[in-house]
Design a protein around this ligand. Structure first.
Ligand SMILES: Cc1cc2nc3c(=O)[nH]c(=O)nc-3n(C[C@H](O)[C@H](O)[C@H](O)COP(=O)(O)OP(=O)(O)OC[C@H]3O[C@@H](n4cnc5c(N)ncnc54)[C@H](O)[C@@H]3O)c2cc1C
Length: 453
């Protein structure tokens, strides 16, 4: 039953992830009356922090780094702080079941394969540099790049299957997708938005440089507290948005209706298609949301008595070209407390992860960790995992994928407000699209639009 509409407000925000809360936080600072409607029973969206046998773990987004000024500024403003990701010691690479160790960002391989990895990185960076961050779809070659996949195009510079396998591990981690399903235009736009491919993959000096003390969800928790818990409404999935020249009426699934001058929709772009709009949105916007789909990501954590890999001179970072676990990272608490390792599964293996038996899943992960770091990995004191594909209000992760033929034709609808409806969310960001930084950027942009409207 639809109850009487609540009092009018200046702006409603749909989604209490970093993007939606940044919008609300900013609008409140500007003196506007704002209310946030969130489907889950928590804030933070794709950032979600918890504990595993006393160890703080980030089940979702966690790292921030070089070239991400907005999130560092926000963290400071909220009284939070960061600490450096552990990046000492050798890294491990697994190719065709064989492991080797290396230092730095690029693994050790036969020189001709190494040259191909480097050539692949240069090739992607060189193409990406030509794109505009604002409108990558406006480039003269956008349609051609959007008609093909990253995998199809890179074969001209990367003949070695091993070199391609190493790049695939990176792509599974970054996009939660296979190189063969990624539109080349989307991949290039993503790299352009990040500054370089090296930024995406590097720990020291790259996007994995820092972690947030208390976990990345602390950003959203602190913003929600500042906005006011009476203004951030949990367990309110928005089902329908009616809009006209005078304002918007937003209906949540509990039957409540909310009236506002404007609405900012800050849900993952693919999930926007689940909301009914009245009147219907322009076809380009509807199709953009319908064509986007979420990548697939699972984060698995194994908690240990001792950081045995550190004691062996290993950083805890491993990459595998073989497909199941794509990368691992040290996840000990600050100062090495609460020893923990993270195994990240992305792309096709993550898509069907939930169909495997839980005990078999744990054993598979421990077997991978054992190959990289030694037999001690078999005996964790606790194990936990977060499968983002099974979370209905994310639908996957880390980010939305735009299949071939989407960005070049529908990209112009990405940020364009429709009457009194505005769009936020990391997928709509110009800088660091897909990252926490991108979510902040999009929230600030949406707040600017609403304040100016
Ligand atoms: C496994 C994983 C690892 C990642 N690692 C990193 C990392 O290390 N560094 C980094 O920078 N980024 C990382 N990311 C990405 C980062 O977490 C996201 O870019 C960012 O959190 C997105 O914020 P957002 O507000 O745009 O979207 P979201 O966080 O998805 O927020 C959207 C909110 O909308 C809500 N919602 C959805 N539908 C409705 C509806 N109908 N009504 C009301 N509410 C709705 C959702 O519940 C959610 O709370 C990772 C993500 C994942 C999943």
């Amino acid at each position: 039953m639809v109850r009487a509409p609540m009092k009018d407000t200046d702006c409603l925000v749909v989604g209490a992830g970093v993007a939606g809360l940044t919008t609300a936080f900013e609008l409140k600072k500007r003196g506007l009356d704002v209310q946030v409607l969130e489907a889950r029973d928590r804030v933070g969206g794709r950032t979600w922090s918890g504990t595993l046998d006393g160890a703080e773990v980030d089940w979702g987004g966690e790292w921030i780094g070089n070239g991400q000024p907005r999130v560092y500024k926000l963290i400071k403003e909220l009284g939070l702080r960061t600490f450096a990701t552990y990046d000492h010691g050798d890294k491990v690479l697994e190719v065709r079941g064989k492991t080797s160790t290396y230092k730095g960002t690029i693994p050790w391989m036969a020189p001709w394969k190494l040259i191909q990895i480097q050539a692949g990185i240069w090739w992607i960076d060189a193409l990406a540099r030509n794109l505009s961050k604002e409108e990558p779809w406006a480039h003269a070659r956008a349609a051609g790049w959007d008609a093909t996949t990253l995998d199809a195009m890179r074969r001209g510079v990367m003949w070695s299957a091993d070199a391609r396998g190493v790049m695939d591990a990176a792509m599974r981690t970054i996009f939660g997708a296979e190189s063969g399903e990624l539109s080349l235009l989307h991949a290039l736009a993503y790299v352009r938005s990040a500054g370089s491919l090296n930024n995406l993959i590097a720990t020291e000096g790259g996007f994995q440089h820092d972690r947030i003390a208390g976990g990345a969800q602390a950003i959203s928790l602190a913003m929600a507290a500042s906005i006011g818990h009476d203004r951030v409404h949990l367990a309110r999935p928005v089902a329908r948005i009616a809009h006209d020249a005078t304002g918007v009426t937003v209906h949540d699934a509990t039957g409540e209706a909310w009236r506002a001058r404007r609405v900012v929709v800050a849900v993952p772009i693919a999930l926007g298609a689940r909301i009914a709009f009245e009147p219907a949105l322009p076809a380009l916007r509807t199709q953009l949301m319908e064509r986007a789909y979420m990548g697939a990501a699972v984060k698995c954590f194994a908690r240990y008595e001792k950081p045995f890999w550190r004691e062996k001179g290993l950083s805890g970072e491993a990459a595998s070209a073989d497909g199941l676990v794509s990368v691992t990272f040290d996840q000990c608490g600050e100062d090495g407390a609460t020893p923990c390792l993270l195994a990240f599964i992305g792309g096709k293996s993550a898509r069907t992860w939930h169909q495997r038996d839980p005990a078999a899943r744990k054993q598979l992960v421990l077997d991978h960790l054992t190959r990289y770091f030694g037999p001690e990995a078999q005996k964790p004191i606790a194990y936990g995992e977060a499968d983002w594909c099974t979370q209905p209000w994310s639908g996957g992760g880390p980010i939305a994928i735009f299949p071939t033929g989407t960005l070049s034709t529908h990209g112009s609808a990405m940020r364009e407000p429709i009457g009194r409806i505005h769009w936020a969310g990391t997928e709509t960001a110009r800088d660091c699209m897909g990252f926490i930084e991108g979510a902040v950027e999009s929230g600030l942009r949406a707040a600017e639009e609403v304040a100016a409207g």
